[in-house]
Design a protein around this ligand. Structure first.
Ligand SMILES: Cc1ncc(COP(=O)(O)O)c(C=O)c1O
Length: 388
């Protein structure tokens, strides 16, 4: 099926997801084979070995590439395997500039793994273009963005950052896990490579682990494919099957979850027990105007807030919710709550957490698909329990 001019939602269901020619099955089959029979020695058919390529993985990659407007995609065993693949393009002596408000695991990869290969890392506030300009060195080979940022929901002007990065000759990558292609398509804004933890919104049901890279130019795709195949961190066929299924409802889920998140952010912002709310959909958020420009269909379903209580009371909020489950991860139909300082961002050096505003009192919410009224009632009772 060639790619017609279909809308996002139609492409999510049909591109790369053709019915099975052999049986007529509406859903493409799950190919679990590790190896594929060849006709002649040294003459390779499309698939030869599942690390190098697998039909079920390819179906997911094809759909995702279409949704992100990329020339191609590569699916990985996890989001971290995908990010690591990008950093493996660098060499000893190179320098990475990364946003200050990034996932704790990405911070750990950059500071505790990449450094072993002689690659240096600087964190910079990518919402501040003057600071970003000044942070480049002649050795900077990669600018790594995350918008909305994690856990403070900072909004970087993606097109502006990409322009600055390219001016300095750097590859520009972005962790777009929070935004998903429903809300933002960074390749259209000039970024070279988009990373997703498919574990989150793409899977959407807390039942798979995966990552993906989507790329603008074939030459970069070739280099990344070579690295992926050589190092082997590929997505399993079963996870790819689930990820394809997740993509079909991504648009509906993300829009609806974003709507509920906005209502919760508004309710929290109006509550006297809450000191601060970080959500790009609120006009008070410093990145609101940029978010309005570069996000379509909502501002995402992640938000964080600080209570007026002390550290112990903050922890008690996280322990007192009943619908919001205390767990890391995000993006699924179930709502989750966590304390970044001790959970998702525990890998940050405490000094970096402090410097970049990730306080011990910060609580992060992943808003699921439950009804707003039930979720608000749950937060309300948890705040009352914890702060009284
Ligand atoms: C924003 C973000 N990026 C990347 C990752 C890493 O993804 P994975 O857990 O699939 O390796 C996570 C995981 O929590 C995340 O939240």
């Amino acid at each position: 099926m060639s790619e017609p001019n279909w809308s996002f939602r139609t492409r999510a269901i049909h591109i790369g997801q053709e019915n099975d020619a052999a049986t007529g099955a509406v859903v493409p089959p799950l190919h679990v084979a590790s190896t594929f029979v060849q006709h002649h020695p040294g003459e390779w058919r499309e698939f030869d070995y599942s690390r190098s390529g697998n039909p079920t993985r390819k179906a997911f990659e094809t759909t995702l590439a279409s949704l992100e407007a990329g020339c191609g995609a590569l699916a990985f065993a996890s989001g971290m395997a995908a990010t690591h693949c990008v950093t493996m393009l660098l060499e000893a002596g190179d320098h990475i500039l990364a946003g200050a408000d990034i996932y704790g695991g990405s911070y750990r990869l950059l500071h505790k793994i990449c450094n072993r290969s002689g690659i240096s890392v600087t964190l910079v506030d990518t919402t501040n273009h003057d600071a970003l300009e000044k942070a480049f060195t002649p050795k900077t080979k990669l600018l790594w963005l995350e918008s909305p940022g994690n856990p403070l929901m900072s909004i970087s002007d993606i097109a502006g950052c990409a322009e600055i990065g390219h001016k300095h000759g750097a590859l520009v990558g972005i962790d777009s896990t929070f935004a998903t292609p429903v809300l933002t398509r960074p390749l259209e804004l000039g970024v070279d490579v988009v990373m997703h933890s498919a574990t989150k919104y793409i899977g959407g049901h807390s039942d798979l682990l995966g990552g993906a890279l989507v790329v603008r130019e074939p030459e970069l795709l070739k280099r990344l494919y070579f690295t992926q195949n050589a190092t082997g961190g590929v997505m399993s066929a079963f996870d790819a099957f689930l990820a394809s299924r997740g993509l079909k409802t991504l648009d509906l889920r993300v829009r609806e979850q974003s709507r509920t998140a906005l209502r919760l952010a508004e309710a929290l912002a109006a509550d006297k027990r809450v000191a601060k709310v970080h959500y790009p959909g609120l006009p008070s958020h410093p990145g609101h105007e940029i978010a309005q420009r570069q996000m379509q269909g909502g501002f995402g379903a992640m938000l964080s807030f600080e209570t007026v209580g002390d550290f112990t009371q903050t922890k008690r909020v996280c322990e007192s919710t009943k619908l919001f489950q205390l767990a890391v991860s995000l993006g699924a139909v179930e709502s989750l709550i966590e304390q970044p300082a001790s959970m998702s961002h525990a890998s940050y050096d405490p000094a970096d957490r402090k410097k970049h505003g990730i306080t011990d009192g910060l609580i992060r919410l992943s808003v699921g698909l439950e009804e707003f009224d039930d979720l608000w009632q749950d937060l309300d009772q948890a705040l009352t329990t914890a702060l009284s």
